[in-house]
Design a protein around this ligand. Structure first.
Ligand code: ADP
Ligand code: MG
Ligand code: MG
Length: 889
């Protein structure tokens, strides 16, 4: 026998979301706990699968099961489907496992036809109400059931007829159209459908029902549903259920109404009912915005008895589901009906507050509370936001590269941004660039926000943005930036000039014209409490990627337990050091020049490290020795060539520029990311890393001598062959021993490496002999495993993800099957030779929840991420330890 295809609401329960869909499972659950749900039944998601498997045919056995269920509803309502003297009317609604609000179809008032409508009026029903309901049925059923066969049919065409009628009558309000006029409109609708498509509007309720059920199944694969599923990562194969339910009417008069409410405030989490309703209206009027709904608080004044019942129902639902609920309700002649409930979507701030409150109320355990908040939602708790309720105009959309909101004047070059912005004149500026390079860092740091035309989620701008918490919209191909004329143009020709105010919503990727009010993130008490609970369950460490004492302090305040990646080259970019670095590079093969430059840099770096160790207060710091190719410290070759050419052509003095150009040319590499960098650089020019090692250990010694603790972990990057590590480490060990001797204090230092070259992972057992710790550099490891250039991949990764060639961007979330396999292999091999090897990750992935959960699973000791992602990583690690994801989608 085939599986049971139809479940009466009283036969199901909330655990059956796979089979009955979320809406159906909850309607069943509410029925069983005695809430006022109009009776009905659910056709399972399996029938949807059958429908598609058989070339869009409803299975034969379905009809008998539906008839039995209809008989059941008829008995409890005392009405009959299709019986003009006492008709049962039905709603037919979609409902998949995960809520897809508004993406699929609904048909209301099913069962009305010419005869039933006339008979109901004759029996005393309000004519206006009856023909308004019939009008809606004709429109909805035609739109959802027949528009597939005939594309000319659309809701819009029917709406237009109604609109024209109102214009002819000289009225604007639907309620001013009389029953007689609506009756005529129904006849016009039916004629319109016939003229347009040759289809007779079905008068038989069984035919209406069959058409509606099929239409709901077909709506599973309409364009917007497909797009929504792709965005929310919902499986296309799970299908939708169909819910058939007795109608209740909110549009029968002033003692009727309909609304949507949340049991708590979805924006800030406060414990009071929050929502909107309309008296004398049918469901879709509230969302469609034809009439302005009233806040639910008004209902208390307007109808205290109904409000009290509603409030009680909210409490029952919360007690039962132990979570904030989103509820649809209808009041028919002063009686309340609940039409839907589900876990309510909420902001990060609300999610944290609700979780903490529910523990205090004794509803859920701390452990449950920790699983209730999706880690990424914490972004919203931490970053400035556009003041809730603000209306604004979005002029372009790009990638939401750096969350948070920012407002300021558009500035088109980094120097000017630095002059005018934070640390300069203190104005609020938004830096707008075609793309950004390390050179722009000063301008970015001085800006409230950054907007770039090119670059993906892991572009330089995006990395820096997230690292420093700068709201950023990157890869915004809807604008074209003209830096020369200091302006950008949007797709539809709008021009924004230097000095014009713009705003960014980096959380959504929106570029907004003008100023918006921006509110600072508040570190509320609830947030602290919540994160404390997360730490109780977490077993994996969380460190931070930070290069300055300020960032270290920020990250520690956010709960970091050390530095997992300090990028020493960032220290070379600072204004007072850059000329020294450039001078050294210009004459790199001259040992004397090199020595002199390094002696100066040593002074700076020693102080940098002392500051970092002091800020760490005894927590460990993994410090990576110089990694990028040296020419990154020189000006951009193309720009420099142009500049020198212009100077020469205009007869102006070229000065040092010529020499710099020569050096830049001679260092130019075709594939710099695979060129002279990392440990390769340290083998060719060993003095640079020797200086760095000395600076690290002298900085550590200074802190130790001052009575503190310092735990330096010196990391050698880009090792693919153990001999690379051997050579570099041997030289640095000698330096380290010398410093310890000179300083006369014990320094608990260690040497380790990054695993970021596939060969390094493959030969991890050899490398582990030399390395006391591994840190997986998953940015490079992903780049080299796939052979995708991280800086150029946005051009093809987007179509890859859209066409499902890849499940997602591997630079965002670790590719567990490929890159992950290398990591797992490396761990296994390394542990064989060094069971206690310390293992971490320092790629951007270290702050991405799914990757963090994966790192927990494969046994890393810690993840490391930008300061602003530390709480997110802490929460993800806690959820991984608990072994449960965050709440359902
Ligand atoms: P969605 O999933 O898009 O919210 P629903 O299936 O919940 O769609 O229904 C859309 C609207 O129809 C809702 O506003 C709801 O109030 C109304 N509705 C659904 N079923 C009934 C019913 N049995 N009686 C009255 N109104 C209903
Ligand atoms: Mg709904
Ligand atoms: Mg790297």
């Amino acid at each position: 026998m085939a599986n049971k295809r139809v479940y009466l609401f009283r036969e199901g329960d909330k655990s059956q979301r796979d089979l009955l869909g979320g809406k159906g499972a909850n309607l069943a659950e509410m029925t069983n706990i005695g809430l006022p749900v109009p009776p009905g039944f659910t056709i399972t998601t399996e029938v949807c699968t059958e429908y598609y498997a058989t070339g869009k045919q409803l299975p034969e056995g379905l009809y008998a099961e539906m008839e039995a269920a209809i008989t059941d509803i008829e008995a409890s309502e005392g009405k009959k489907l299709g019986d003009p003297t006492n008709p049962l009317l039905l709603s037919v609604r979609s409902g998949a496992k995960f809520s897809m609000p508004g993406m699929m179809d609904t048909v209301l008032n099913l069962g009305l036809n010419d005869e039933v409508a006339a008979a109901m009026v004759a029996a005393g029903a309000d004519k206006r109400f009856i023909y308004d309901s019939y009008r809606r049925l004709i429109m909805m059923l035609s739109d959802v059931a027949f528009s597939d066969k005939n594309h000319a049919i659309s809701k819009h065409g029917f709406e237009k007829l109604f609109y024209d009628l109102k214009a002819k009558l000289g009225v604007s309000n639907d309620l001013d159209v009389t029953g007689d006029q609506l009756e005529q409109l129904c006849m016009d609708y039916i004629k319109y459908l016939k003229d347009l498509s040759g289809i007779d509007f079905p008068q038989d309720s069984r035919v209406q029902l069959k058409e509606a059920v099929e239409a709901v199944f077909r709506s599973w694969n309409n364009d917007r549903a497909i797009i929504y599923r792709r965005r929310e990562k919902i499986d296309d194969a799970i299908g939708t259920a169909v819910n058939v339910q007795a109608m209740v009417f909110g549009n029968m008069g002033d003692d009727c109404g309909t609304g949507v409410a949340f049991t708590r405030n979805a924006a800030n989490g406060e414990n009071h009912v929050f929502g909107e309703y309309l008296m004398n209206a049918q469901g879709e009027d509230v969302v469609a915005g034809v009439r302005t709904p009233m806040p639910i608080s008004e209902l208390e004044a307007q109808n205290p008895a109904i409000y009290a019942e509603f409030d009680k129902t909210c409490k029952i639902l919360e007690d039962h589901y132990k979570d904030m609920q989103d509820i649809e309700f209808t009041i028919e002649r002063n009686k309340l009906y609940i039409l839907q409930c589900r876990s309510g979507k909420r902001t990060g701030t609300a999610a944290v507050k609700i979780a903490v409150d529910m523990v205090a109320e004794g509803r859920i355990s701390k452990q449950e509370a920790v699983t209730r908040v999706a880690p990424d939602l914490l972004n919203q708790v931490l970053l400035p936001v556009i003041a809730p309720g603000t209306k604004y105009e979005t002029i372009a959309k790009g990638l939401p590269a750096g969350p948070g909101a920012a407002t300021g004047i558009a500035i088109f070059d980094a120097h000017r941004a630095a002059e005018l912005g934070k640390g300069g004149q203190g104005q609020r500026v938004i830096l707008v660039r075609a793309d950004t390079s390390p050179d722009d860092l000063g301008g970015m740091l001085a800006a409230q926000g950054v907007l770039t035309e090119r670059g993906g989620m892991t572009s330089h701008a995006a990395l820096v943005a997230r690292g420093f918490g700068i709201p950023t919209v990157a890869g915004c191909s809807e604008i074209s930036v003209d830096a020369t004329n200091r302006q950008f143009t949007t797709k539809d020709g709008r021009v924004v000039k230097e000095g014009d105010f713009i705003s960014l919503n980096g959380t959504q990727g929106e570029v907004i014209i003008g100023q918006v009010p921006v509110e600072d993130a508040k570190m509320t008490g609830d947030f602290g409490t919540f994160m404390g609970w997360a730490d109780e369950f977490r077993t994996m460490g969380v460190r931070t990627n930070a290069d300055t004492p300020g960032d270290v302090a920020k990250a520690i305040a956010l709960g970091a337990e050390g530095v997992g990646l300090c990028r020493t080259e960032h220290m070379f970019f600072e204004e007072d050091r850059r000329p020294i670095v450039v001078n050294m590079i210009l004459d790199i093969d001259n040992a004397e020049t090199r020595k002199a430059a390094l002696a100066k840099l040593l002074e700076f770096q020693r102080e940098d490290f002392r500051g970092i160790f002091a800020a760490l207060n005894g927590l460990p710091a993994t410090i990576r020795l110089i990694d990028p190719p040296l020419h990154e410290f020189l000006p951009n070759l193309v720009e420099l060539t142009a500049e020198v050419a212009t100077l020469e052509a205009t007869g102006k003095p070229v000065g040092d520029k010529e020499r710099i150009l020569k050096a830049a040319e001679s260092m130019h590499e075709i594939n710099p990311m695979l060129g002279l960098r990392g440990c390769r650089l340290s083998i060719v020019y060993p003095e640079i890393v020797e200086m760095q090692t000395r600076a690290i250990l002298e900085g550590a010694a200074a802190v130790i001598k001052a009575g503190g603790k310092a735990v330096p972990e010196i990391m050698i990057p880009l090792v693919g062959h153990v001999n690379e590590l051997k050579v570099v480490k041997a030289a640095l060990e000698a330096t380290a021993k010398a410093v310890v001797e000179e300083q006369g204090v014990e320094i608990p230092y260690s040497f380790g490496t990054m695993i970021e070259v596939p060969r390094g992972a493959l030969t991890a057992d050899e490398i582990a002999v030399e390395a006391e710790f591994f840190s997986f550099g998953t940015n490079d490891l992903t780049q080299m495993t796939f052979g995708f250039s991280r800086d150029d991949s946005d051009k093809f990764l987007k179509p890859y993800v859209e066409q499902k060639i890849l499940p997602g961007d591997p630079f965002e979330s670790i590719d567990q099957t490929g890159v992950g396999l290398l990591m797992e292999m490396a761990i296994e091999k390394a542990k064989k030779v060094r069971p206690n090897i310390k293992l971490g990750i320092c790629g951007e992935h270290g702050g991405e929840p799914e990757s963090v959960k994966y790192c927990h699973k494969i046994g890393l000791n810690y993840v490391s991420c930008s300061p602003f992602r530390v709480p997110i990583a802490r929460l993800a690690a806690a959820q991984a330890a608990i072994g449960k994801g965050a709440a359902d989608k």
